[in-house]
Design a protein around this ligand. Structure first.
Ligand code: FES
Ligand SMILES: [Fe+2]
Length: 386
């Protein structure tokens, strides 16, 4: 996790040649709605457009001299006009207008449409594939995960909070920190430890889980008798997030498969860099974007229903301040881990059963890089030799 050469291979094999989740269909609600997404790896920028012919994805690149064709993060357009020299493309990516076209000799407009990228959706999540070859279908890539969330009301919830920042740590160090709860009793002693760690699971052991190559899922339980801070008592409920009154909301019948009374959420690691944590009335998502061997972008969104009164809004804001503090505790540790790895003084980590999902992520990366031998599989615990 400090080698630029390993990083370049990783980006190519795990990101460029993989389905990557980039957003949700609610972000482009009608024909002409679009979003752009700058993918920190490979300097790629993507334009995703809702067209009369379905959702389409393109490289966000003008075919004249390479300016971005759309600069806003989101918008509504009947056509896209490049701000450099005014070439215009329709929503299907066809080149429609070239100022002073006669000055170009033999300009073949049919050949100069926007460059398409492969695109597909799953439960309203939009995926792109940047590879040149036709990829395996998304359904095949998701495998056993494909039907897991059937029935979950993703489309009834809205983004209430989002957070994005650069972290001086490899993307896998950041993702690792969200694939285990072993650190909760210590890193999150002052924030969420008490919400999740029950007396019979004081160190965040891994509960029900499945390996759905290359993804994995697990259930996470909560503390049935959490200590409530004074503000939590005012807001009511076992914890602040739970203080919103119950209402009809459908979750998938596949979730909480062990029917645990203390179930809090199901957590899905969607390879390579996406995490979904789905609760009964909300869901949270994270992206861990690679930037370089020692730097990443951490992106988070929380989806829930809108508050209906000031009390609910206050409860949500309080919860979000708790989440923010929790993330700061995480990021603090991640940058220290990177510093230690970059120092070259250590090259292996011993992992516990509670950290099995960490090993699984690294195993999936290593597998793609087709190493001569796989240290994770062979039990050497070496997840940091890259
Ligand atoms: S770069 Fe877009 S019109 Fe010239
Ligand atoms: Fe954490």
């Amino acid at each position: 996790m400090r080698s630029p050469e390993y990083f370049r291979k990783e980006v190519d094999l795990c990101f460029v040649k993989n389905w990557i989740l980039v957003g949700r269909v609610e972000e482009i609600p009608e024909a002409g709605s679009y979003i752009t997404k700058d993918l920190p790896f490979g300097h790629a920028s993507i334009l995703i457009v809702n067209t009369k012919n379905g959702i389409k994805g393109f490289r966000n690149i003008c075919r004249h001299r390479g300016n971005k064709i759309a600069c806003a993060a989101a918008g509504q357009a009947r056509a896209f006009t490049c701000t450099f020299h005014g070439w215009t493309y329709d929503c299907d990516g066809k080149l429609r207008g070239v100022p002073d076209e006669e000055a170009f000799l033999d300009l073949d407009k049919a050949r100069l449409g926007l460059i398409p990228v492969h695109i597909d959706t799953w439960n309203g999540f939009i995926f792109v594939h940047l590879g040149n070859e036709i990829p395996a279908p998304l359904k095949e890539y998701l495998g056993d995960l494909y039907g897991f969330f059937n029935g979950f009301d993703f489309d009834k919830l809205n983004v209430t909070w989002s957070f994005k920042t650069e972290v001086e740590a490899n993307w896998k160090i950041c993702f690792d920190g969200f694939l285990e709860q072993y650190h909760f009793a210590f890193s999150h002693r002052t924030t969420v430890a008490n919400t999740f760690l029950a007396p019979d699971n004081r160190f965040g052991r891994l509960g029900w889980h499945q390996w759905w190559d290359p993804h994995c899922v697990c259930s996470i339980t909560g503390n049935p008798s959490p200590r409530r801070p004074p503000i939590g008592k005012v807001l009511g409920g076992p914890n602040v997030a739970g203080s919103l009154p119950p209402e009809p909301f459908v979750i998938s019948k596949n979730m909480n498969p062990t029917q645990d009374d203390n179930w809090e959420l199901d957590s899905v690691m969607l390879f390579p860099n996406f995490l979904i944590q789905a609760h009964p009335k909300s869901y949270n998502v994270w992206w861990f974007w690679p930037v370089s061997a020692t730097k990443s972008v951490f992106e988070y969104r929380r989806y829930e229903r809108a508050a209906r009164n000031a009390g609910e809004r206050f409860a949500q804001e309080y919860y979000l301040s708790l989440v923010r503090d929790t993330f700061l505790q995480d990021l603090f540790a991640f940058e220290h881990v990177q510093q230690s790895i970059s120092s070259g003084a250590i090259d292996e980590f011993p992992l516990s059963l509670s950290e099995a999902r960490v090993a699984y992520l690294h195993h999936q990366v290593n597998k793609r890089l087709a190493r001569e031998h796989d240290p994770v599989i062979e039990g050497e615990g070496d997840v940091c030799s890259s």
